[in-house]
Design a protein around this ligand. Structure first.
Ligand SMILES: C[S@@+](CC[C@H](N)C(=O)[O-])C[C@H]1O[C@@H](n2cnc3c(N)ncnc32)[C@H](O)[C@@H]1O
Length: 221
C-alpha cells in the first residue's frame, strides 16, 4: 500500500475528534469488552502475512494489536487510520503499525491498494451521511475481491445486555456509542459488497460481526 497516489478528500477536524482525543487515555480500560468481537472478526478474515491491511477508526490499535498477537509479523505493515491524534499515538506503539491521521470519509490511502480493510466499532459512531461516505471510501481503497471486516453494535435482547449498554452509553457521553446502524445492510448492498459471514457475539459488548467482499467490477476505481 504505497502513499502518494490518489487518495480520498480530506475532512476538516471536528468537535467529535476532540472528544475522541479526550477519551484516548482511558479507552483501553473497556477494550476487554471488545475482545470477543475482534476475535470473531479475525477468525472470519483469516489475514495472510503478505496481504495489505488497513484498519480504519483504529483507536488505540486494538485490531492491529490482536493481529500481532495472532502472529502477524511486524514487517507486514498494517496501516492504521484515525481522526484522533491521541488515539493514533497509542496505536503507533503496536509493532508493525503505520499510523495515518485522516477521516473515514476521505481515507489517506490509494485506490485499490488494500487486500483486507477493517472498521471495528466505527461505523455506528458516524452520522448517517458520513457512514455512507465511509463505506464508499472503504470500497474505493479495496482491490476487487478484497475483504472488508466490520464490527457494529447489535441491539440488546436481555436485561443484562441492556444494563451493560446503558452503562457504556453514560461513559461514552453521547459519542454515538452502541447506536445500531440499521442502514448497514442496504449500504453494503448499494456499494457492491457481498456479505460472506455474519455472526452475532454476546460475550462482552453485543456485536454484529460482518465480513464482505468487494465484488469485482463494482465500486470506484
Ligand atoms: C469506538 S472507537 C473504536 C476503536 C477501535 N476500532 C476499537 O475497536 O477499539 C472509534 C474510533 O473511531 C475514531 N473515529 C471517529 N470518527 C472518525 C472518523 N470520521 N474518521 C476516522 N476515525 C474516526 C475515533 O477517534 C475512535 O478512535
Amino acid at each position: 500500500m504505497r502513499s502518494g497516489e490518489r487518495t480520498g478528500p480530506t475532512a476538516p477536524p471536528s468537535a467529535a475528534t476532540d472528544r475522541w482525543d479526550a477519551l484516548a487515555a482511558v479507552y483501553r480500560v473497556q477494550e476487554p469488552l471488545e475482545a470477543r468481537s475482534l476475535a470473531v472478526l479475525l477468525d472470519a478474515l483469516t489475514v495472510r502475512a503478505e496481504e495489505a491491511v488497513l484498519d480504519v477508526g483504529t483507536g488505540t490499535g486494538a485490531v492491529p494489536r490482536a493481529l500481532a498477537r495472532r502472529g502477524r509479523p511486524a514487517e507486514a505493515t498494517t496501516v492504521a487510520v484515525d481522526s484522533s491524534p491521541r488515539m493514533l499515538a497509542l496505536a503507533a506503539r503496536v509493532a508493525g503499525v503505520e499510523t495515518r491521521q485522516g477521516d473515514a470519509t476521505g481515507l489517506p490511502v490509494p485506490t485499490g491498494s488494500v487486500d483486507v480493510a477493517t472498521a471495528a466499532w466505527l461505523l455506528h459512531v458516524l452520522p448517517a451521511p458520513d457512514r455512507v461516505r465511509a463505506v464508499a471510501e472503504l470500497v474505493r481503497v479495496l482491490r476487487p475481491g478484497g475483504r472488508l471486516g466490520l464490527v457494529v453494535p447489535a441491539a440488546p435482547r436481555s436485561p443484562g445486555q441492556r444494563l451493560l449498554r446503558a452503562a457504556a452509553l453514560r461513559a461514552a457521553g453521547g459519542l454515538g456509542a452502541f447506536r445500531v446502524p440499521e442502514d448497514l445492510p442496504a449500504l453494503l448492498a448499494d456499494h457492491g459488497l457481498r456479505v460472506r459471514r455474519h455472526r452475532r457475539t454476546g460475550l462482552g459488548y453485543l456485536a454484529d460481526v460482518v465480513v464482505c467482499t468487494r465484488e469485482p467490477g463494482r465500486g470506484v476505481g
